[in-house]
Ligand binder design. Structure first.
Ligand code: SF4
Length: 364
């Protein structure tokens, strides 16, 4: 294992990102081989356990209630539904299930109790369980940890500067505070972002500064390519080029050598050759299933064909860290505190978000 550096500057990261392509690829692949098995890639399944109707205004997201998109909303799934989907995912090679709920933040109550039960159920299937539920308090993070949660996802999305161009309903510091709350438990941190939202290269480097200077660095970092969905403020963004995607993956690998780098949204826009370059540059996880929350994703059979062609093996669960224990609800040492933390609402005006909102109003 290489020593991990925690004081990366934006200029150092830009210098890496802008290296001649072959040099960048070679350096990233070398760091990757020192820290990971280059022929092993984790297959994860992302389940949208509660879809749509979200109060936030994230400019890339079709689940925001204020925009008009053609996604179908769903109330919180039952534990049995989630269990059935997790078993299906396991049978097709997934070692991790990530459950996403379109919430601003977790609220103590019946729905959160139901999510805790889902965590217990999936952990007992010997799969890594990840949740992405919005902002969480320290007590909520502890309750998730006690139920057997392996990872909590909370993306920084972009640089702090560009974040303000995409979201007005919460602040960057709220994201960092949630990550900090998760860090007070033994749950691992998953945090990354999206490229192709109109940000510049400095913003990409800025996001990597924010992630790589966390100590410890996130155990997992998803790199998403924007999937521009009609009706969202970012509907007209051009797809990000594969060269940018490979550069971003390679740079992430170099500055976060031990992190699991996840090739996430946008894979349907990438050729197999492009994805192979990403794996060579250090990506070591993909999301399986024909949907990624609400946007299209390659079919699991296509992925398995690709794995065969490239000689890749799916990673076994708990390769990087031991399986957490599950404590049953009746034996829990934590109780719902019913906290109402004051997560911020900057509410500044983002022109394109306002335009998308007005269009949605006119349609409704
Ligand atoms: S990204 Fe999450 S928080 Fe933002 S609108 Fe979509 S579901 Fe809501």
């Amino acid at each position: 294992m290489s020593a991990t550096k925690h004081n990366w500057t934006k200029q150092e990261i830009l210098d890496i990102y802008n290296k001649p392509f072959m040099e960048l690829l070679y350096e990233a692949a070398t760091v990757h081989r020192i820290n990971h098995d280059p022929n092993t890639v984790q297959v994860s399944t992302l389940l949208s356990i509660k879809t749509g109707g979200c109060s936030e205004d994230c400019g890339y997201c079709p689940q925001a209630a204020r925009y008009h998109t053609d996604i179908e909303g769903n109330d919180l799934m039952s534990v049995q539904q989630v269990k059935a989907q997790a078993l299906r995912a396991k049978s097709t090679g997934s070692s991790r299930v990530c459950m996403g709920a379109a919430w601003r933040n977790v609220k103590d109550g019946e729905e959160f109790d139901q999510v805790l039960e889902m965590v217990r159920t999936i952990n007992k299937l010997d799969m890594e369980v990840c949740c992405t539920l919005g902002m969480v308090t320290e007590n909520q993070a502890k309750r998730l940890a006690e139920a057997g949660l392996y990872a909590y996802n909370h993306n920084l999305d972009s640089s702090e500067e560009y974040y303000k161009e995409v979201i007005s309903t919460r602040g960057y510091q709220d994201r960092l505070d949630t990550i900090d709350n998760v860090r007070k438990t033994n749950v691992t941190v998953c945090s990354g972002g999206i490229i192709g939202m109109g940000e510049n290269i400095e913003d990409r480097a800025g996001m990597l500064v924010a992630l790589s200077t966390l100590n410890p660095q996130p155990e997992s970092t998803p790199i998403n390519a924007l999937v521009a969905v009609e009706g969202t403020p970012l509907e007209d963004q051009k797809p990000v080029s594969i060269w940018d995607m490979v550069r971003m993956v390679a740079t992430t690998r170099i500055v976060m050598p031990e992190t699991q780098v996840r090739l996430s949204a946008g894979r349907t826009q990438m050729s197999r050759e492009g994805q192979a370059m990403c794996f060579f540059a250090g990506a070591n996880s993909i999301f399986a299933g024909d949907k990624l929350l609400t946007t299209p994703n390659p079919d699991v059979n296509e992925d398995m064909e690709m794995f065969k062609m490239l000689g890749l093996n799916p990673q076994k669960p708990f390769t990087k860290k031991v399986q957490p224990q599950t404590v049953e609800a009746k034996d829990s040492e934590f109780e719902a505190l019913g906290e109402k933390p004051k997560w911020t609402r900057p509410e500044h005006t983002i022109e394109r978000n306002e335009v998308a909102k007005a269009k949605a109003k006119a349609i409704k």
